[in-house]
Design a protein around this ligand. Structure first.
Ligand SMILES: [Zn+2]
Length: 316
């Protein structure tokens, strides 16, 4: 069953951070999301996730748009020019929407201020939590259970209480998952001490207000889906369908990053034509059986979610 918006459309989105040139992994996500939407006659939204002012640059956003056009991946809403009715489509201009959502969480009395440093939090981690995940154990909670009433005073990060409850969801690629937020992350930050918005809050508010019905992204974010489902529930929004993808890794098995210069769009555009690059990604993602140059458009008719591998990584 597909989730649809009020007009019966599937609405997907691509939400890159303009902190550098896209690499092959970003393009893989963009292509799958675009094909999923286009194969069902839906809409594709381009949102610029420039929450981090230190790392975001308008010139990178322009470069991302240019790369998407070169690949033949067109969008119906969004981008730097704010095309569409649900804008602005750059997160740096959406402060009022995030403030409104935070106000609603405060009104529910589920938020409180936290003054812990990273070192304070690391000192509370149990040995079994050393897999890189950091769990907050509620050090600054004003009392054991909500309602909290000290949410509005002074400084510090704003954290959101999480219940000791299993969130169950079915990912389109990775199937059913159950995540207990108390064990997974604990009360999580929705606004940082410096006033910056946390990804979790911004992404839920944006996807909900932009009418997004399908979220396609890398499987590093699979378990964070539970945090977002919790926010959807608290804010009274209908959750989209989630589809997580394998991460594209280099020959050494490491996830691609901006450091892999040979996989950046800059290098890829020098080496390949758009058809060659799309064909390479499509064969890697099992959309086509074997490599052949092709346009993104020519894949709309053959795209099938069942062929997307439920693996944590694919090596290029
Ligand atoms: Zn704290």
């Amino acid at each position: 069953m597909d989730n649809m918006d009020s007009n019966g459309n599937v609405v997907g989105r691509f939400a890159p951070s303009p902190s550098g040139r896209m690499h092959l992994g970003n393009v893989f996500t963009a292509l799958i999301s675009w094909l999923s939407v286009r194969s069902r006659g839906g809409k594709w939204v381009l949102r610029i996730e420039d929450l981090d002012p230190q790392r975001s640059r308008q010139e990178y956003a322009r470069q991302i748009e240019d790369d998407l056009r070169w690949l033949g991946l067109d969008w119906d809403e969004g981008g730097i020019d704010n095309m569409g009715d649900n804008g602005p489509y750059m997160q740096s201009r959406r402060d009022s929407f995030y403030l409104d959502a935070l106000g609603r969480l405060n009104d529910l009395r589920l938020t409180y201020r936290c003054h812990c440093t990273r070192a304070d939090i690391m000192a509370t981690q149990a040995p079994h939590e050393s897999d890189g995940r950091v769990v907050y154990h509620g050090t600054c909670r004003p009392c054991a259970e909500p309602p909290f009433d000290s949410h509005s005073d002074g400084s510090g990060a704003t954290r959101l209480y999480v219940p000791d409850e299993d969130f169950v969801f079915t990912d389109r690629v990775f199937g059913e998952h159950s995540v207990n937020l108390t064990r997974h992350c604990g009360d999580f930050v929705v606004r940082r001490a410096d006033g910056a918005w946390a990804y979790q809050l911004a992404v839920v508010v944006d996807d909900a207000l932009m009418g997004v019905t399908e979220v396609v992204r890398g499987c590093d974010l699979l378990l964070s889906t539970a945090q977002q489902l919790y926010l959807y529930r608290l804010l009274g929004y209908e959750a989209p369908r989630f589809a997580h993808l394998p991460l594209v890794s280099n020959a050494a098995g490491q996830r691609l990053s901006k450091r892999d210069q040979s996989m950046s769009m800059d290098a890829l555009r020098q080496k390949y034509s758009p058809e060659e690059l799309i064909g390479k990604i499509a064969s890697m993602a099992h959309i086509i059986d074997r490599y052949e140059p092709c346009t993104a458009k020519s894949l709309i008719g053959v795209f099938d979610w069942h062929n997307v591998p439920a693996k944590e990584s694919i090596i290029i």
